[in-house]
Design a protein around this ligand. Structure first.
Ligand code: NDP
Length: 499
């Protein structure tokens, strides 16, 4: 179980204490550079205990802009405080590192921060760091690639083999993945923020506890993740980690941003995932990376699920199944006239599901050339040249909702005749398409059931059994997550910095 350190952010200390009346029992880091004035927070009766005291320099992304003498003066009263139980964090590349030798009774963290990059001489830095008599060590760098992220793995392995306590991870867009992989690779500590994180890539307490359920993560964890760009708003980590936690496994599911697929593939052996969810924009291209493809993935022409096998990646597509199952209990079986808007990867999965269902399908797309190509592959589907005409169900399989737009101009929307409307998009508020459909008196369904069922199918592929979470439980989980997220976004207006 990693030690969770709550970073106190000045005025934000009240947030976790007010959280659902539950409070936060545990250790916190007192960042003197973020704490206003010299008055220390009154923590009596809060359940919080100061475990780490630091005063981060501006060059490390902190707020302290004074001299080293002034910084030493702020930190010195904390040496030996409470019988020396609190760790004092001093930087390896600064004069305060000498304190680790001067005050042998005081436990220290010796830290190295680089907010710009992961320097090539990091191995030499670690070699020198570990010679200093600190209780714990910490390396934090900015990652610009997956290679930077996996570059932390050998240091964590080296520290473990020597019985040293090292926490090592990267800042930036790979931050969540890097911090969680840090736990899997043997790091023992995780810094979390009570509200809006002061640095990109830091986990909030809510994300640590509810999204990743990361207290389970450690060297026994198998790694899974969602790969695409962007993935930072994906609900897949929330669902899959709930699935894994429900079975009491240590397995962990991470967001894996892959703006540069070549960089991601090059780091894949080091990450060693047992399974991956593939999302926009990689679904179609990555089928070519698979050693074997399921019949569904071949028919759809895209993968959303990769499973590691001794022969390489097995590619599958569960989107069609998610769509099919999301109709159950909502759409009566005799409603079989569908109008599908869109001709992208998701529309292809939906057409595959409707083809298997024997439905009567018309399809429309903004780009007629793309539609033409699609219809060649699905000859039973007709082009919806004129949008008017009866359909039982209109399915919005475009990416328009994600951009806050209607898939069609308003007058063309008004020419649609239907009884049911399904949007593949989901979110805390109904999409413009679903708002329009509800205004027409149609029965509406968002993309959340589809997301849940395609994720449950992925879980079955990876583990051989159903998740122990029902659709109703998943929906309640997502709704409470959205509420927590909305609360956490109300962070301090001026929070910025590093760790
Ligand atoms: P693609 O990029 O493959 O296709 C995008 C489609 O949306 C194309 O048909 C495109 O038309 C159309 N489109 C984009 N913007 C607009 C717009 N402003 N107005 C009208 N049409 C537009 O994406 P995918 O098919 O993979 O994904 C589509 C959506 O489905 C995404 O938002 C994704 O998040 C969601 N999704 C939901 C799932 C769930 O489980 N609920 C599962 C998978 C995906 P054109 O060809 O003219 O550019």
């Amino acid at each position: 179980m990693p030690e969770i350190i709550l970073t106190l952010l000045g005025n934000l200390v009240a947030v976790p204490l007010a959280r659902d009346g539950r409070g936060f029992q545990g250790a916190c880091e007192l960042r003197l550079d973020l704490w206003p004035g010299f008055d220390l927070p009154a923590l009596e009766g809060t359940g919080l205990e100061i475990r780490i005291v630091s005063c981060r320099r501006a060059r490390d992304g902190g707020r302290f802009a004074g001299s080293e003498e002034e910084r030493a003066a702020r930190l010195r009263p904390h040496l030996g405080r409470a019988g020396g139980a609190a760790l004092v964090d001093v930087e390896w590349d600064g004069p305060l590192r000498e304190w680790t030798r001067e005050f042998p009774e005081q436990p220290f963290i010796l830290s190295y921060h680089n907010t710009q990059r992961t320097p090539p001489d990091l191995p030499a830095i670690w070699e020198d760091m570990r010679r200093w008599p600190a209780r714990r060590f910490k390396i934090v760098t900015a990652a610009h690639s997956w290679r930077d992220v996996t570059g932390m793995k050998p240091f964590l392995a080296d520290a473990r083999s020597r019985g040293l306590d090292l926490t090592a991870y990267c800042l930036g867009p790979f931050g969540h993945a890097s911090r969680l992989l840090g736990l899997v690779w043997g790091g023992g500590m995780m810094y979390v923020s009570p509200g809006a994180p002061p640095v990109p890539g830091m986990l909030t307490l809510h994300e640590f506890e509810e999204v990743y359920r990361a207290g389970r993560a450690g060297p026994d964890s198998r790694v899974y993740g969602v790969v695409g760009e962007p993935v930072d708003r994906s609900l897949s980590p929330l669902l899959h980690n709930r699935f894994f936690a429900g079975k009491e496994t240590a397995d962990i599911y991470l967001p894996m941003p892959a703006p540069d697929p070549a960089d991601f593939w090059a780091a894949l052996d080091e990450i060693g995932p047992a399974g991956l969810s593939v999302t926009v924009p990689h679904k179609e291209r990555w089928k070519d990376e698979c050693a074997v493809l399921s019949a569904d993935a071949r028919r759809i022409g895209a993968v959303n699920t990769l499973t590691a096998t001794p022969r390489g990646w097995a590619g599958d597509n569960t989107d069609w199944l998610g769509f099919e199952q999301s109709l159950a209990g909502w759409l009566p079986p005799d409603r079989d006239r569908f109008l599908v808007l869109g001709a992208g990867g998701t529309a292809r999965a939906i057409l595959h599901a409707l083809e298997r269902r024997g439905a009567r399908v018309r399809c429309w797309n903004r780009d007629p050339a793309r539609l033409k190509g699609l219809l060649k592959e699905f000859p039973s589907v007709r082009a919806a040249a004129a949008l008017g005409g009866e359909a039982d169900v209109v399915v919005n399989a475009t990416a328009a909702s994600a951009a806050g737009e209607l898939p069609l101009p308003e007058p063309e929307m008004a020419s649609l005749r239907a009884e049911y409307a399904l949007d593949v998009a989901y979110g805390p508020a109904p999409s413009p398409f679903l708002r329009f459909a509800a205004g027409q008196g149609w029965k509406v369904r968002d993309g959340l059931p589809m997301l849940f069922h395609q994720a449950a199918a992925q879980h079955r592929r990876w583990t051989g059994s159903d998740p122990a979470v029902s659709w109703a439980e998943a929906r309640a989980l997502v709704e409470s997550h959205w509420q927590d997220q909305a609360r956490e976004r109300i962070g301090p207006p001026d929070s910025s910095g590093s760790e």
